[in-house]
Design a protein around this ligand. Structure first.
Ligand code: ADP
Ligand code: MG
Length: 462
């Protein structure tokens, strides 16, 4: 037997299996560099707790991979709707901690895993879908890829998951046909810098970065290093611009809002062309979904066919980021693969629950009572009466139980809404149903059904 502490006792939930799937879906490089660092701590009813060693790693994983990770976990356990991270500084022999910047720590694993200049063939101008919100950024990026050093530097910013890396990658892909392109994340740049100092290879570092025609640095907001590094970066930057090389940068905010970056660097960033990508409009979201469905079918031989209703639902509900939108579609595709059919709208609401803006505070005891009465075919007056017939007692207990688990109301508050019953009655009902749920499948199925109804039915549908 494995003595891996990460293996959970819950038979249906093995962290090892999830890790395998993470490695499979993200590939070795990302898995070894980042995801392997996630330590499983504990599983709760609808979330899991994991830990990583630094805040930086947590932010990195959360901003890039969380959505997909959650999708994978859900495949094994549908109940899980979120992953919570805590920072746990366990001693680990595989990694060194190098401090730079006043309060940030970055931990590294063996460098062989971290490689840069990995331009992704699948992120090109051709498969970048254009709409109002990203048209300007797309056109600017296109121009930069046609004539270098005209807009210098080219600075692209937006919130996460809006297509910055995709566009940067597209520029790199195009220019690398006949130019020397260096594509690196800011985090990797810092890593290289520190490694070079430690191994006395600063000359090599300088040569490497100053001898490129195009330097693309992604997520510059993560560059928050010490003075010496900023100094070096400033000189690299100036020398590239002076010799007519193109510098391209992306960040999650405009240059003026960057923190821990020297003023003079920020002002250099603003000196070329600064363009942002706005939040995607509905039309663009729909076009992206359609395009991605085509890609899945064409490139990966899927046979995914989503109705207009479903496409409209996903595109109108998932507004914040294109990454989330694509992630949502991938979940739907995984479901279809596993069950050999497309999920219906209700199932989609469940699969995407954590991404949808379903406001749980809207769940009221009144709604719970209405739905429970409908389910058991009794009237609300009967539910709220003092009669103790068996066919009324059970539904009443179920409604009380659901009120307890789905709202934040206290026991006395719940009692009051059930015709001023005492809080001890509420406790008794909750205990009775909890017990019945374990022993009686009919009850437990009924409760799952009602829970879904309450969570996913909008008020006006009742
Ligand atoms: P960012 O770097 O801004 O966080 P990414 O470039 O990583 O965002 O985009 C997130 C995901 O959405 C990627 O899979 C990317 O290919 C996809 N994506 C973003 N914008 C578009 C677009 N306009 N057309 C097609 N795919 C897009
Ligand atoms: Mg990015």
């Amino acid at each position: 037997m494995s003595n891996n502490l990460n293996v959970n006792v819950d038979k249906n939930f093995s962290w090892e299996t999830i890790q395998k799937e993470l490695r499979h879906q993200f590939g070795n490089e990302i898995f070894e560099s980042w995801l392997k660092k996630i330590v499983f701590e504990e599983k709760f009813t609808n979330y899991i707790l994991v830990s990583v060693s630094t805040r930086f790693i947590r932010d990195w994983i959360v901003s890039r991979y969380l959505d997909q990770i959650l999708g994978i976990i859900k495949k094994f356990n549908k109940e899980i709707i979120r992953v919570e991270f805590k920072i746990e500084n366990k001693v680990n022999n595989n990694k060194r901690e190098i401090e730079f910047g006043s309060d940030s720590k970055v931990s590294f694993i063996r460098d062989s895993f971290l490689q840069y200049n990995r331009i992704d063939q699948n992120k090109s101008f051709e498969n970048f879908v254009i709409g109002q919100s990203n048209k300007l950024a797309f056109e600017a990026a296109k121009k930069v890829s046609e004539k270098i050093a005209h807009y210098n530097p080219f600075y692209l910013y937006s919130g996460v998951g809006m297509g910055k890396t995709h566009l940067l990658n597209a520029i790199g892909l195009k220019l690398k046909e006949n130019k020397k392109v260096t594509f690196i994340s800011a985090e990797r740049f810092m890593y290289q810098f520190i490694k070079s100092i430690k191994s006395n290879e600063m000359v090599k570092f300088k040569d490497n970065f100053r001898n490129t025609d195009v330097l693309i640095i992604d997520d510059i907001q993560f560059m928050n290093g010490k003075e010496a590094m900023q100094e070096e970066f400033f000189h690299t930057f100036n020398s590239l611009i002076d010799k007519g090389s193109q510098v391209i940068l992306s960040a999650d905010r405009p240059p003026s809002k960057l923190v821990k970056i020297q003023e003079r660097i920020k002002s250099r960033f603003s000196g070329g062309l600064v363009v942002d990508i706005q939040s995607p409009e509905n039309d663009l979201r729909l076009k992206i979904l359609e395009k991605k469905v085509d890609e899945l079918n064409m490139l990966y031989g899927e046979k995914l066919k989503l109705s207009e209703e479903i496409l409209n639902f996903i595109s109108s509900e998932i507004k914040n980021s294109i990454r989330e939108l694509v992630g949502a579609l991938n979940r739907v595709a995984s479901f279809s693969r596993i069950y050999n059919r497309v999920p219906n709208l209700n199932e989609i609401k469940i699969i995407l629950k954590d991404l949808l803006n379903i406001n749980e505070t809207k769940i009221t005891i009144d709604i719970i009572q209405t739905l429970v009465c409908k389910y058991f075919k009794i009237s609300k007056n009967e539910m709220l009466s003092s009669r103790r017939s068996r066919y009324l007692v059970r539904p009443r207990q179920v409604a009380i139980y659901l009120s307890k688990i789905l709202t934040t109301k206290s026991l006395p508050e719940i009692g009051r809404e059930f015709s001023n019953r005492d809080h001890t009655t509420v406790i008794h009902s909750v205990k009775t149903i909890e017990k019945l749920k374990c022993d009686n499948t009919e009850i437990s199925n009924g409760i799952s059904y009602l829970k879904n109804q309450i969570l996913y039915k909008k008020e006006n549908e009742i």
